[in-house]
Design a protein around this ligand. Structure first.
Ligand code: SF4
Ligand code: MG
Length: 332
């Protein structure tokens, strides 16, 4: 599949008084056209900061200190555009029209003082030359499609008049009604009940087929990833440690971290309910980045004198890219 978005060596650091937290520290990943990439990992591994950095939606004390975010054009001809180097004006065009984003917390992207309908109409008309009436019709259509009852009436509601779940759906409707080439969704269904969650994931897949939209789905839930993803990228402590086709990564993972994550989900690991519920140990405190392989303090395959000294480099093993010294060399 052709790439739509390529993130290369992305680094976003939090420059705090007590030191620098390297929340995103050398992330490489690719989203293919019309496909779904799930970015998985425990919380605190930099998934959300990665997502926000793609659209440069990070604020002090966070700062993007390096890397490239390459967006490819509609036809394969021409060089990709580095969004990290783009002018602010250009970036505002890219948001919604090319890349739309939905967050875990809908109030982060909805205005309190405008109706849902007005906000969706404005987002559509920002980059599409359509009348207000046409945009409003589309707003109503998408509010209905995300499962908001009585969308003809709800279109004139203010966000505070909706429940949390309905606001979440309204935000998703706003993103989808702009028909972006890429939807970045950060835990979009985590706050919703299981039925609604399934409904929204189905809708995303329908729209993907309809418009050829690519999806980058941030989730801590491997079950969700298994349900919707074509590709999976596994993040640990600010970097991607494993990246490949979903079927391979979720059923035959290479990296010991992914193996532990997969085992912790009974349905995926197929080892029954007797497994412990999580990866051994916990994500280390933010200022303490382990030497060598960042996962070494928690790894069952730890090799002393090697894993704590050598930084693994990502290598292709079968159809998976993996950063682990069991598969390839590294750098001191
Ligand atoms: Fe484990 Fe060593 Fe591989 Fe890191 S490099 S994941 S510590 S085996
Ligand atoms: Mg998060």
């Amino acid at each position: 599949a052709m790439p739509l978005l390529e993130v290369r060596d992305l680094r976003t650091h939090f420059e705090l008084e007590d030191g620098v937290v390297k929340a995103v520290d050398g992330v490489d990943l690719t989203v293919s056209r019309g496909r779904t990439l799930a970015v998985v990992g425990e919380s605190g591994c930099g998934k959300s900061v990665t997502a926000r950095s793609i659209l440069r939606l990070v604020e002090r004390p966070a700062r993007i200190v390096g890397g490239e975010v390459l967006l490819y054009g509609d036809e394969s001809a021409g060089d990709p555009e580095d969004l990290l180097a783009a002018k602010d004006r250009r970036l505002r065009q890219v948001r919604w029209a090319d890349i739309a984003m939905v967050f875990q917390e809908p109030m982060a992207s909805l205005s309190l003082v405008h109706t849902i309908g007005d906000q969706i109409v404005e987002a559509i008309r920002l980059h599409e030359n359509v009348s207000k009436a046409v945009a409003r019709e589309r707003a109503i259509e998408f509010l209905g499609r995300v499962g908001i009852p009585d969308p003809n009436r709800r279109v004139d509601s203010y966000p505070f008049e909706l429940s949390g779940g309905m606001r979440q759906r309204a935000m998703i409707a706003m993103a989808l009604s702009c028909r972006p080439r890429l939807l970045i969704a950060d835990e979009p269904t985590t706050a919703l009940d299981v039925t609604t969650q399934a409904q929204i994931l189905d809708l995303l897949q329908d729209l993907q087929e309809e418009f050829g939209m690519a999806i980058m789905l941030i989730t801590h839930d491997l079950g969700v990833a298994a349900q919707v993803a074509d590709e999976v990228a596994v993040m640990y402590l600010g970097e991607v440690v494993e990246h490949g086709p979903a079927t391979s990564v979720l059923t035959k993972p290479k990296h010991p971290y992914t193996q532990a994550l997969v085992r912790s989900v009974p349905r995926l690991g197929q080892r029954g309910q007797d497994r412990l519920a999580a990866v051994r140990g916990s994500v280390p405190p933010p200022y303490e980045r382990p030497s060598g392989c960042r996962f070494h303090p928690r790894c069952d395959a730890f090799m002393a004198g090697k894993c704590d000294e050598i930084v693994p480099v990502r290598v292709r093993t079968d159809d998976i890219d993996v950063a682990c010294l069991l598969y390839g060399e590294g750098e001191r």
